[in-house]
Write a protein of this length. Structure first.
Length: 483
């Protein structure tokens, strides 16, 4: 049988308010079930009572106060309050002692309070019609957080399964009791598990995008999805990190991620994926992501990754020996199987022939992914000094010789340090129509090459003297007249 509860305001210090069950609480006659329910712990002891606030309660009167020690459970309840009932004895009169009893009183305050309740069967406490406390069939005392904002109607309903009927409660200012809210949804864990059936470790138990605490505050069921009408697909954008270069290529592994959002006021995202994908394969890879909102609308996006980790192939081909002061080049050959050779890659590089000696030249080639390769070659610059008496400098002036005579062409060849003794070649005297030639011969005494070129008597006119060194090049020596 239900005991009447009364919240008696009291002041402890300057800021503490206390309401406890007593004889000033309003009550009504109990309501009896038509027949006894042998399975009442499962059928009656649920967060929503079968007999609620709007039942046909009759004969309003004050509750009966049995004091702080009428029931054997009171000493172990963990809080102090008087045991009350709707009538002047503790027995139950319904079938098998089963009955429903309702109590009501006014409370006022502002801020956080602690609600304790205990009945010898299932019980419910409401503030202005909102469930704030529940004791189930385990029949253990319960403690809940309650927030008051002004004047409120506190209603207490008890189901008595038989035996010693009644109950008690205590509502007081919270001066230090900590209620854990594991998921941060604004509902204490005890309220989630005992009152609402929500998951204390999931802020949105029904997955509708609205937190459990917000749904309770709005008066909607946190266990049933409360989704707005949504026919618009969410947005999804794929990104690649690191970003591709200006040619659209990466030369390392890349991570593809997707960012999703539902429109303002939409049903909220249900999924966005896949989770970041690491792309390591060379070539072109396309990763597709999908966003789905809670209304079932979906959208997809694709991110393409081009990866080339290998350097291009490059080679240089050029002469082994060049003549000082003459233009010379090395040919560049480059290729890349994936991203291709970058634009602007040279097809040749100039050789420096300004000074005799051994030199080197290199070229670095990039592919479109930013990989690079370098090729280099070495070459030797020869200093070739030739003349034909009375000419002493290459190509300077015009000498006069007798047609039919032998003209001695002489050359000294060095690499800047050593005299070259192994060269071969030919000295020529030609006017474009008639040509006279003689092979070069090295003179170790004078450390020079000599070629006595024999002319003909009838070959008068202006001729050019040149020396061709085999495999190296040609040097213009002089312009002469044959008379």
């Amino acid at each position: 049988m239900l005991a009447a509860l009364f919240l008696l305001p009291a002041t402890v210090g300057a800021a503490t308010q206390i309401y406890t069950s007593n004889s000033q609480v309003d009550t009504w006659n109990p309501i009896f079930p038509t027949s006894a329910d042998s399975n009442w712990p499962n059928n009656a002891c649920t967060p929503v009572p079968a007999v609620g606030l709007g039942a046909a309660w009759v004969n309003p009167h004050k509750a009966f106060d049995f004091g702080p020690g009428a029931h054997p459970w009171q000493p172990g309840a963990g809080f102090a309050a008087n045991w009350i009932n709707a009538w002047s004895n503790l027995g139950s009169l319904g079938p098998s002692g089963q009955s429903w009893t309702k109590y009501s009183t006014q409370v006022s305050g502002s801020g956080d309070f602690v609600l304790n309740l205990l009945a010898d069967n299932c019980s419910w406490i409401y503030l202005d019609g909102t469930l704030v406390g529940f004791q189930d069939a385990t029949l253990q005392p319960r403690t809940y957080p309650v927030r008051l904002s002004s004047n409120h109607t506190l209603t207490f309903i008890i189901f008595d399964g038989g035996g010693l009927a009644g109950g008690m409660y205590r509502l007081e200012t919270n001066t230090g009791t900590v209620f854990i809210d594991s998921d941060g949804d604004g509902l204490a864990n005890v309220s989630e598990t005992q009152l609402y059936g929500t998951n204390p470790n999931n802020a949105d138990t029904d997955g509708d995008g609205i937190g459990d605490g917000a749904e309770v505050a709005a008066g909607t069921n946190p266990l049933v999805p409360n989704r707005p009408s949504d026919t618009t697909a969410p947005s999804i954008v794929g990104s690649v990190a690191p970003a591709a270069n200006t040619n659209g290529w990466n030369n390392t592994n890349a991570t593809v991620s997707f960012t999703c959002a539902d429109e303002e006021g939409g049903s909220g995202l249900a999924s966005c994926g896949p989770t970041p994908v690491i792309v390591s394969a060379e070539g072109t890879t396309t990763v597709t992501g999908t966003a789905t909102d809670r209304a079932g609308n979906s959208a997809s996006a694709a991110a393409t990754v081009n990866i080339d980790k290998r350097a291009p192939t490059v080679s240089l081909t050029g002469p082994a020996i060049v003549i000082q002061g003459q233009a010379a080049q090395a040919a560049v050959s480059a290729s890349d199987a994936l991203s291709g050779v970058a634009s602007g890659t040279p097809t040749s590089v100039a050789l420096d022939t300004s000074a005799p000696g051994t030199h080197s030249v290199s070229v670095t080639v990039f592919d479109n992914a930013g990989n690079s390769a370098t090729a280099a070659i070495s070459y030797t610059v020869w200093s070739v000094g030739c003349g034909a008496p009375p000419i002493v400098k290459n190509g300077a002036g015009v000498g006069q010789f007798k047609a039919g005579s032998s003209i001695p062409v002489k050359c000294r060849i060095t690499d800047g340090t050593n005299v070259i003794t192994s060269a071969t070649g030919t000295a020529t005297i030609s006017n474009g129509t008639t040509t006279f030639s003689q092979a070069l011969k090295y003179d170790p005494t004078d450390q020079q090459y000599v070629a006595p070129v024999k002319t003909e008597k009838a070959a008068s006119g202006t001729y050019k003297v040149a020396v061709t060194i085999s495999g190296v090049g040609t040097v213009a020596v002089a312009t002469i007249d044959l008379r």
